[in-house]
Design a protein around this ligand. Structure first.
Ligand code: ZN
Length: 481
């Protein structure tokens, strides 16, 4: 019996109380041994080489100011309570609220606004840039730290708490903008104010800019005239280019992807594209109609065709983006059986890809996402509509470009046996210019510094934080700077 079971799995026989290889099956044994060796080698290699270094802040007192005392908490709450809303139409909803925010910042951080080491530049009243120069000129390229003070509107009926009345519940603070992006605004102001007040001899080693836009949620850099554009144009007057930009786009998430905290650092963004689809006909009374000519049916046929050709319109780029680094970093933190899989993607890649594609949030990392968001046609129950229109929204993967997506849509449209009008509603320009895909250097000073500080702040005696590079699904001002 034992012999039979073994011979199914391995070419081994149990005879006379001893294990023996089946003579004819020796090549299989060698293949198994080679496979076992490769899998084990890769697992050990990735577990060791991608193991994070454990660092802690040596001088904890120096970052004690990060503690959220009552005064800081009240200030942050006040910041969140201001209704600095950017409307969907691309405008500030109420300038008086932005004025209040400016007054609050100038009063709480009055020493920062009057520090001789800081040049303060206001653009159109509500966007502000701080420029801190080194004591002697430096050949290092400058850096820019960005955040935005505006927020998106909030429908109070969809909230458990009042969106503009910051409310504490179970050690969390709820309110519009607590995450996006007033927490960054507050942190940058506090840190800058602290260092300048406590160290009168402080000068940076290179030019540092802190920029606070007031229209990121209504187009910002993409509008071509937003606060981030004014910041960019101002910096470019005196500097050729920046070394790096730190902006919003990541988060520390606990007990989701791994037990314990994981810091996601957004390193690339998807591009936004809206495409209009329009089909026309001569219309007429519904009593004398042919379904073949029905524009609603034609639009739905076209959209159904896109669904069936999704692999062509939005191909997936497994292991060509940031997921490669993410999976490598996961190895050292995974249980042993998972380490074998993640270290040997040459063998198990299709399994991992299938897992990614099974959930919309992870599938979005591998491909351009496509969504049918608006459908318009018809105005009377008994009249055939003369036209039908749909909107397709794309979040374009860095390996794709809006232009490539448009070209693929035209190929599909040409396959239909009726005419489909396609037009791009948003720009076809590629913010990454001639760069194909998402590239980043893990050893770049900007990334390393951020990684070190996150590690110092979050590592404790009990647990280590894991740093994960991430593809940012939304858009930020940093893209065009
Ligand atoms: Zn934001």
């Amino acid at each position: 019996m034992i012999s039979k079971i073994l011979s199914i799995v391995f070419p081994i026989r149990y005879q006379h109380g001893r294990l023996r290889f089946a003579r004819k099956s020796k090549p299989l044994v060698y293949i198994f041994l080679i496979l076992f060796t490769v899998l084990t080698f890769n697992t050990i290699y990735y577990s060791i080489n991608f193991k994070p270094t454990r660092e802690k802040c040596e001088d904890a007192e120096n970052h004690n100011f990060l503690t959220m005392d009552q005064a800081k908490k009240e200030s942050f709450k006040h910041l969140v309570s201001l209704k600095t809303i950017s409307s969907a139409e691309g405008k500030r909803l109420d300038d008086a609220e932005f004025k209040k925010l400016r007054t609050f910042l100038e009063s709480r951080y009055s020493s920062l606004f009057h520090d001789p080491r800081v040049e303060v530049i206001w653009f159109e009243n509500f966007t502000v840039l701080f420029h801190i120069r080194p004591k002697t000129s430096s050949d290092q390229k400058p850096v820019l730290i960005l955040a935005h003070t505006d927020v998106v509107p909030a429908d109070a009926s969809q909230w458990d708490t009042e969106p503009f009345t910051p409310t504490e519940k179970s050690s969390f603070l709820y309110g519009r903008g607590t995450m996006d992006d007033k927490s960054s605004v507050f942190a940058h102001f506090e840190a800058l104010d602290f260092i300048l007040r406590h160290d009168k001899s402080f000068y940076p080693k290179r030019d540092i800019f802190f920029g606070f836009g007031s229209d990121e949620e209504s187009g910002g850099i993409e509008s071509g005239a937003g606060g981030a554009n004014l910041i960019k144009d101002h910096i470019l007057k005196t500097h050729d280019r920046l070394d790096f930009v730190w902006d919003e786009g990541g988060a520390v998430i606990r007990d989701m992807i791994l037990p314990g905290p994981v810091a996601f650092i957004g390193l690339c963004e998807k591009t936004y594209l809206d495409v209009g689809v329009r089909i026309d006909s001569h219309g007429g009374h519904s009593s004398m109609s042919s379904l073949q000519e029905n524009v609603i049916l034609k639009v739905s046929k076209f959209l159904t065709k896109l669904e069936s050709e999704i692999e062509y319109v939005t191909p997936n780029y497994f292991m060509q983006g940031l997921e490669k680094t993410l999976l490598e970093k996961l190895v050292a933190h995974s249980p042993y059986w998972k380490r074998i899989i993640l270290s040997n993607l040459w063998l198990f890649g299709s399994l991992v890809k299938r897992d990614f594609m099974s959930k919309p949030e992870t599938a979005a990392v591998l491909r351009t996402s496509m969504s049918f968001t608006i459908l318009n046609s018809g105005f009377k129950e008994n009249v055939n509509p003369q036209s039908a229109e749909a909107n397709i929204n794309f979040r374009v993967h860095p390996k794709d470009t809006p232009l490539k997506i448009m070209e693929r849509l035209r190929v599909i449209a040409d396959k239909m046996d009726f005419h489909v009008n396609l037009h791009n509603k948003t720009s076809l320009s590629n913010p990454y210019e001639n760069i194909e895909g998402c590239h980043f250097d893990e050893n770049h000073f900007g990334f390393k510094t951020l990684e070190n500080y996150i590690t110092m702040i979050y590592n404790t005696n009990k647990e280590d934080i894991v740093i994960m590079p991430n593809l940012c699904p939304g858009n930020t001002d940093s893209k065009g700077v």
